[in-house]
Write a protein that binds this ligand. Sequence first.
Ligand code: FMN
Length: 347
Amino acid sequence: MAGSSFGTIFRVATFGESHGPALGAVVDGCPAGLALSEEDINVYMERRRPNGGALSTKRRETDAVEILSGVFEGMTTGTSIALLLKNEDQRSRDYAKIKDVFRPGHADYGFDAKFGFRDYRGGGRSSGRETSARVAAGAVAQKFLQSLNIECRASLSRIGNVDASDLEACSFLIEQCRVRGDSVGSTVSCSVSGLPAGIGDPVFEKLDANLAKAMFSIGAVKGFDIGEGRRAAELFGSENNDAFYMEAGRIRKKSNHAGGILGGISDGSDLNMTVYFKPTPSIALEQETVTRAHLDTRIRIEGRHDPVIGGRAAVVVECMTALVLADALLLNMGARADRIRNFYGIE
Ligand SMILES: Cc1cc2nc3c(=O)[nH]c(=O)nc-3n(C[C@H](O)[C@H](O)[C@H](O)COP(=O)(O)O)c2cc1C
């Protein structure tokens, strides 16, 4: 299947299905000399892992990463970094009932229409579990960004129409979902500080275009805003423009409606992004659907599913952002002839 690799210089290929023996990623193009350990990556894996809490599936996913190559004596060598995540706790029997039935809201029908058959156990490549490989790769990108003093953080900001900081209202909403056998949508906010001005490109490789593509490649993402995002369509120019001013010899902006990118290129202020997730498609409530043999039927989905996706997906958003930025930073190294001459020591 095409489409399993991402990036130009800092390039990642992922592999594996949720109920196969393992998933993983190969990161190519990571510069040599970066300190990297399995522990560095596992901190991120831990944030994505189901923890049995209210927002997450009861599935157990150990998700400890094994570095197979590209690191020697704790430092990246500049060669490809292979990352392996073995699958555990696979209960494929939970999925036997959906073998010949298309789950509403999931990838089953499209996958079947394209390939003629599918790995129905947990959604195969369309499973939320697929995102664990991106997180492992993105953790390497995060290490690279941190070495440049760039900080990238994402967190769940809303569950349905409730602010995530209102814990009581959130618990009530989740409990309602659990009792009804339903799920609910969510919103993740991501921000990046320390990104220098001048990163990105003006046309097809616009930084915001590449971030949008990265976000929409995550399962269940249905919307992406940068800065004011879609709200800018309701503003006047005088409200939406960010005034420039000088401070201690540096160009600054008085506001950040742009969210840190102008003309596809970073403007030196924080990147502020919002990512919108639909409700988890697998719900216990009975739904109408059809079989592969084109018969109308009804389905009640069993198995262990996240009632809200944004809780576990925040770190996926963070890691996909880090992958886009690591690539853009490396691509930028070739932007100026004078700097290239300087790098090679030519007067
Ligand atoms: C971290 C994460 C966890 C997910 N968990 C589940 C889940 O437990 N059950 C489910 O049906 N979908 C889950 N999804 C969503 C499906 O992967 C996604 O909705 C499906 O592939 C269809 O793709 P689309 O929603 O982008 O159209 C999850 C997605 C992510 C990013």
